[in-house]
Ligand binder design. Sequence first.
Ligand code: SF4
Length: 326
Amino acid sequence: MTAKPPLTLYLAAPRGFCAGVDRAIKIVEMALEKWGAPVYVRHEIVHNRYVVDDLRAKGAVFVEELDECPGDRPVIFSAHGVPKAVPAEAARREMVYVDATCPLVSKVHVEAERHHEAGRQIVMIGHAGHPETIGTMGQLPEGAVLLVETEADVDRLQVRDPDSLAFITQTTLSVDDTAGIVARLKARYPAIEGPHKEDICYATTNRQAAVKAMAPHIDALLVIGAPNSSNSRRLVEVGRAAGCGYSQLVQRAADIDWRALDGARAVGVTAGASAPELLVEEVCDAFAARYDVTRETVETAVEQVEFKVPRALRDAARPQGAGARA
Ligand code: SF4
């Protein structure tokens, strides 16, 4: 029997589930326990096929829009947040609904409203078409929020009043790219108001920092996550920008391109905020089947953040009638 080649597997810490994803999944599971199946979920609760398939098997039904849900079953809004019109429509239809928007996304919604009430036009740094961007922009009337994705977009902005502006950001952006866009905004509009740095959440920041710390040690980086997961895609880019020539997104072990890893002696593994640890283990096992693996952990932060699920789900009793916001 040929000896397996040696390989060091560097595992990023923190990686995988964040407090917002954990809470959103718990909300669906508790809603299924409380109301029985089916429970409807508007949009993928979090961007991970494994998680979605698991919840679907337990009785969750995933839809894209509220009008696909019957009025007599509970509906849950995903962790990314929804435009204000969505809960308003659910209430109008007297549906039972639970909002699983991550509290850190809700915090940005509140910021946006505060600036709007103060009469400021808002510039949002985010990705067009991402559900979080749609949800955040949808907190305010059409036209109140301008979207920029790049520094070049900042140069093209046409604002109402340069002295009455504020910026907010999507929570799952690249820390470094966003710093460049914020600097450009501040250079062009010195009076612009905004958060101290940006609104990127702790989980996104920590996962990117861990990838940067492991980059000098590795020949290749695998990011476990879904193609529509913004924070996972940013981890791939951060790996590349930190000098890792082969930085690849994989959904599961079966996606690994082993030929591309030929000759690698050290491989980094991390997981986006919506990827369960079970998939990390699956990837590690796949490496162990081919290599004589030594595991190393690159820990740059310890996370202890936890978000509570809404009270109505924690209580055993059914909510009082329809139209209840759990
Ligand atoms: S990635 Fe950040 S904002 Fe998104 S759910 Fe997780 S903690 Fe919340």
